[in-house]
Ligand binder design. Structure first.
Ligand code: GLV
Ligand code: MN
Ligand code: MN
Length: 419
C-alpha cells in the first residue's frame, strides 16, 4: 500500500458510533445517552470486558498490567521488521464519573480501535507497531488521585501505594482490581511508547464558541485536590444560641463561598470547585458535627496555583479560629501543568489543516492520561467540540461529523508517527 493510499484512508463513523453506543449501554443512565462506570466497579468490569474483547477480535496483542491498564498492540502480522520497535500508542480511559457522558475517554479508545480496523481492512501496515490502550481510574471520582493508572504506568506513584488507596465507599484499589479480575501480570510502570496521542472531547465551550472543528492541545493545566475535614459540635438546632455554636455545616458553606470568590479574585484561567460536601449527621434539626469537603483548584500557571493553595490554607486557619472548629486537610492530587511535545502538537495542527479542518491551539482544562504519558514520551492531544461545553453530565454530546473529523486526524497523525 502506497503512502498516498494511507493518506487518503478514512475511518468509518458508523462503526465508531456503534461501538460508542454499545459501550454506553453498560452502566447506562436511564433516559439519557450517558453511563456510570466508576473505576473498578461491576460496570467498569463489563466495559473492560467488552473493549478487551474487541481488541482481541481485531488481533491485538493484549496485556493487562498490575494496576489494570489494558494495552493492545497491533503487530500487523508475522514478524515485520518493525516488530521490536516501541509502538505509537493512542487511547484514553473507559471509566466514567457517576454522571458520565458517552464520549469522555471512550472516544479516544474506541477511535483507536476503529483506526486499527480501518488500516487492517485496507491492508495498510506501518513501520512501528500501533497500540491502543485504556488506563485505569482516569476520573478519580471514586479513588483519588485521578489519572491513577497512567500515573503509575509513568512511574509517578509506586504501585503498592496505588493498590492501597481507599475510595469514597471504603473499597481498596487492589481488592477491587482482584474482584473484577483486572490485576494483570504485565509490569507497571510500563515501557515507554515511541509517542502517545489522545483524542478527547474538549469538555468545555471554547471550540464551539469559536466555531472551530479541531482543538490542538498544547498542554494541561495544573490540578490541586484537597479533602478538608471539619469537626464541630453537634447540638440541638432549636435550643443552641447562635453565639455558642461550632457548626461544621456553616464552616463548610463558608469554605465553598471562599473557593468561588478566590477563583473570581485571581481571575481566569483560575477555576475552583467544591464538588462534594457531606455533612454528618445530615439532619434537619441537628447542628452538623462534621463536614467532609473537597476542593478542586486548577490553573495553567503553577505559581498562581501555589498562591491559591496558600490562600486556601490561610483561610482554613482563620475559619477554624472564628467558628471554633477543628480543620484538617489531606492532599488528594497535585499535578503541575504539563506542556506537550511541540513537534507532535505541530503535527496535529498541520495534519488537521491538511484534512480541511479549522484549528485552534488551547490548553486542556480537564486532566487527561496524556499528561502522565508526557513524562515518558512525545505526547499530544486532539480535541473535538463539546455541545454547550457540557461534560461530566449524561447530556455530553459531540456531533458525529466532528467525531469523525477528530478520528481521521488521529488516524493520519498515527500513520505519520508510525512511519
Ligand atoms: C478528570 O476528568 C478531571 O479533569 O477531573
Ligand atoms: Mn476524560
Ligand atoms: Mn472525565
Amino acid at each position: 500500500m502506497s503512502d498516498q493510499a494511507g493518506a487518503e484512508l478514512r475511518i468509518s463513523i458508523d462503526r465508531l458510533l456503534d461501538r460508542l453506543a454499545a459501550l454506553a449501554e453498560i452502566g447506562a443512565i436511564e433516559g439519557t445517552a450517558g453511563a456510570a462506570r466508576l473505576a473498578f466497579s461491576e460496570a467498569d468490569r463489563q466495559g473492560r470486558d467488552l473493549v478487551t474483547g474487541w481488541m482481541v477480535d481485531l488481533g491485538l496483542d493484549v496485556a493487562i498490567d498490575a494496576i489494570g491498564n489494558v494495552i493492545g498492540v497491533w503487530r500487523q502480522g508475522a514478524e515485520p521488521a518493525g516488530r521490536h520497535l516501541a509502538p505509537v500508542l493512542c487511547g484514553s480511559h473507559i471509566d466514567t464519573v457517576a454522571t458520565g457522558g458517552r464520549y469522555d475517554g471512550n472516544l479516544g479508545v474506541l477511535a483507536g480501535l476503529e483506526i486499527v480496523e480501518t488500516l487492517a481492512r485496507a491492508g495498510v501496515t506501518t513501520a512501528r507497531p500501533l497500540a491502543v490502550g485504556f488506563f485505569s481510574n482516569e476520573e478519580g471520582a471514586r479513588f483519588a488521585p485521578d489519572m491513577l493508572g497512567s500515573l503509575v504506568y509513568a512511574g509517578g506513584l509506586a504501585l503498592e501505594e496505588a493498590l492501597a488507596i481507599t475510595g469514597i465507599d471504603g473499597a481498596i484499589v487492589g481488592d477491587e482490581l482482584d474482584r473484577i479480575g483486572y490485576r494483570g501480570p504485565a509490569p507497571c510502570p510500563g515501557p515507554a511508547p515511541h509517542a502517545f496521542v489522545e483524542l478527547h472531547i474538549e469538555q468545555g465551550p471554547v471550540l464551539e464558541e469559536a466555531g472551530i472543528g479541531i482543538g490542538v492541545v498544547e498542554g494541561v493545566q495544573g490540578i490541586s485536590w484537597t479533602e478538608v475535614t471539619i469537626g464541630g459540635q453537634s447540638n440541638h438546632a432549636g435550643t443552641t444560641p447562635m453565639r455558642l455554636r461550632h457548626d461544621a455545616g456553616y464552616a463548610a458553606a463558608r469554605l465553598a463561598v471562599f473557593v468561588r470568590e478566590l477563583a473570581s479574585e485571581l481571575g481566569p484561567p483560575m477555576v475552583g470547585t467544591v464538588g462534594s460536601l457531606r455533612l454528618h449527621p445530615d439532619l434537619v434539626n441537628v447542628v452538623a458535627a462534621s463536614a467532609l469537603v473537597t476542593v478542586d483548584l486548577r490553573h495553567t500557571d503553577d505559581g498562581v496555583l501555589a498562591v491559591a493553595e496558600k490562600r486556601l490554607g490561610a483561610f482554613l486557619d482563620e475559619l477554624a479560629e472564628a467558628e471554633g472548629v477543628r480543620i484538617t486537610t489531606r492532599p488528594l492530587a497535585r499535578f503541575a501543568p504539563v506542556t506537550f511535545s511541540p513537534a507532535v502538537v505541530d503535527l496535529v495542527e498541520s495534519t488537521a489543516r491538511e484534512l480541511g479542518c479549522t484549528t485552534l491551539r488551547l490548553p486542556s482544562g480537564a486532566g487527561h492520561d496524556a499528561q502522565m504519558l508526557a513524562r515518558l514520551c512525545s505526547t499530544a492531544m486532539i480535541f473535538t467540540p463539546s455541545r454547550g461545553g457540557i461534560s461530566h453530565n449524561p447530556a455530553e454530546h459531540t456531533d458525529s461529523a466532528e467525531l469523525e473529523a477528530g478520528a481521521n486526524v488521529l488516524l493520519q497523525v498515527l500513520l505519520r508517527l508510525a512511519g
